[in-house]
Design a protein around this ligand. Structure first.
Ligand code: CTP
Ligand code: CA
Length: 230
């Protein structure tokens, strides 16, 4: 385990973690969603409790047992996740956005199940953007001095490397730390392991070798702890 594991160094701290993937309803039986398992967020919540923190876990569609000693708030959509995270953030020393919020939602949710047309045509579904929770928390800071952490899975493309894109995302979001997964060589979704670089708005760059999501969680809390004032 990472240095600091199981030391009660988060006693007296309240942290908010979001986990899982949000779902945006299309009709009573269908949704737009993503493959996030919630495992990294749950590992962060368990690690924080183990170190003595009071933890609120905003959980979006996760099929994992509730971690012991954690207040779990269940949400479905990005709008609900935003309200739960912003509400809890007012009393939090740190907010870690490990969830994968759906970026878009259907403009209209059909009250009735959408039926197939007899002529073989398919409906066009108009989407609009969801609120960006991490950017909002970072720019509005419900509690001044709180440490705000984002996650990003990047592949790199012709506009830049994984780290270039991640640095730009860190600046755009305005958070203090961004945990970056390089998913060029295949996705980490659902896997027990994780490998990451943690970028700081202060210029820090911490390489986290391939290891368990629990090990990564402890390094994230080490970096958060380092940034608490006082
Ligand atoms: N995030 C958020 N609200 C959203 C979308 C993302 O709070 N509506 C948070 C995620 O929880 C994560 C971070 O922002 O901590 C980065 O997510 P990512 O999907 O990489 O960022 P996007 O701005 O949505 O960029 P992209 O277009 O690459 O998906
Ligand atoms: Ca996104």
């Amino acid at each position: 385990l990472a240095r600091g594991a199981l030391r009660p160094d988060l006693v007296g701290r309240h942290v908010v973690v979001s986990a899982g993937g949000t779902r945006e309803p299309l009709d009573p039986v269908r949704y737009l969603g993503n493959r996030s398992s919630g495992r990294q967020g749950y590992a962060l919540a368990r690690a924080a409790v183990a170190r003595g923190a009071e933890v609120t876990l905003v959980s979006a569609n996760v099929e994992l047992p509730d971690p012991a000693g954690v207040k779990v708030v269940r949400v479905e959509t990005t709008g609900q996740l935003r309200d739960a995270v912003v509400g809890a953030a007012a009393a939090a020393d740190a907010v870690v956005m490990a969830a994968a919020p759906a970026d878009f939602r259907p403009v209209a949710v059909s009250e009735a199940k959408i039926k197939k047309a007899g002529d073989g045509s398919a409906p066009a579904i108009e989407l609009e953007q969801n609120p960006d929770v991490l950017a909002e928390i970072s720019h509005d800071r419900p509690r001044p001095g709180a440490v705000v952490v984002g996650f990003a899975a990047e592949t790199g493309d012709d506009t830049g490397s994984v780290l270039d894109l991640a640095r730009a995302k860190l600046a755009r979001k305005g958070c203090d730390l961004l945990v970056v997964n390089d998913v060029s060589g295949g996705a980490v979704f659902g896997s027990a392991d994780n490998q990451a670089v943690i970028l700081g708005a202060d210029g820090a760059e911490v390489d986290v070798p391939r290891g368990s999501k629990t090990a990564l969680a402890h390094v994230v809390w080490d970096e958060v702890l380092r940034r608490f004032g006082g």
